[in-house]
Design a protein around this ligand. Sequence first.
Ligand code: HAM
Length: 437
Amino acid sequence: MKTVKTVKTKNIIQRIKGMNDILPDTSRVWQWVECHIMRLFTAYGYGEIRLPLLEKTELFKRSIGEATDIVEKEMYTFLDRKGKSFTLRPEGTANCVRAAIENGMLYHQQQKLWYIGPMFRYEQPQEGRYRQFYQVGVEAFGFLGCCIEAELILMTARLWHELGLASKITLQLNSLGKPAVREKYRDAFVAYCQENIANLDEDSKRRLKTNPLRILDSKNPDLQALLHNAPRIQDYLDDEDKQEFIDLCHILTQAGIQFKINPYLVRGLDYYTGTVFEWVTQDLGAQGAVCAGGRYDNLVEELGGEPTPAVGFAMGMDRIISLILKSAESNESKLPSYHPHAFFILAGEAAEQQGIIIAEQLRSALPDLILWTNCAGGNFKSQFKRADKSGARFALIIGEDELSKNMITCKDLREDHPQQMFNISALIEYLRRALRE
Ligand code: HAM
């Protein structure tokens, strides 16, 4: 994320820590990514669902889990005027499931949904970790087996490829097994940690009481040897879970996707029930996860719906955009440009009034034309400077001479061609040809 220069004076209200303004130069990259996502997800049969930012607090407590970091200390929760507790959504899966149940979309049906928008977590802000951040999420309901998991992963791999990020992002996989399996594993892991309690750090001792499996993804280098020797969830999976995981790995290998099985990948949300995965990068420092998800077959029922298998993921848009900006050189030619094709120089009040009308005629005739008009006064020299700074290829000019002849002058600002005077129809044809080049 580009650092925004802020003006600090006493009277200016500053943005909230961890919540960013996304300025036009960067938002064009967001739009480019969003266009790819929209087209790709549609092509795989996913429909967009638009969800509220605010939900009842209970929804997140019941789904994400009371003992998770998100629910324990990261939610923006407040009471409304009637004393009801609401929370700004910290993620999209819970409210997507809530909406799918409430709108009768799940009973005996399959649904493939995606969403995009801001999420809110009260975390310690740093590069790649914000308090308002943006996720694009995908949830597939009603599908059992590993094919849908493989397809979701292949869809994201295709996206990385289209965005020019394929060489920067790698896939990690694990299976957490069914809840009963995980329960057994948790007991074994807790027993192991208790035997080694003297070697745990303070954070892990705290997690041991609240959410012990999270110790597994501790980044503390001093804990790595201890974790290396800890019991592994793979040894606890039942035959069905094991086979599913083997089949998934097989499909991915067949499809040419490289991955690493990471037994320490446990995820920070409680609802997962099988395969989990993360796409990670080395290029964003500590905040390496750019996309994460997995299977959560019990959540629909836990939130009051009929039992429905489900699997999905969410990608962190802020991190993806940072990655793209870091490799801006290789991507620049693919990004949409905000530079106008033409800049209208209008000298004097009468020329301005005439120019606005002509600009409209040009826009009607050439819908792809990006045309800026100078509506800010100034002499020819200052307007030419603005035209040049805008990056426009052409300056269109109306001064006294053009006004009297009902013509427009066109000057190529980038190549050394003599300027020409056109009537409106000839100018439309000239610009049409230039836009095709
Ligand atoms: P999550 O791992 O909490 O999963 O978040 C998914 C992605 O959101 C992360 O990999 C990261 O890229 C981005 N992200 C998370 N927190 C922040 C932050 N504070 N600042 C910037 N980016 C962030 C979920 O949210 C699940 N709902 C994913 C899912 C969907 N599982 C099944 N379906």
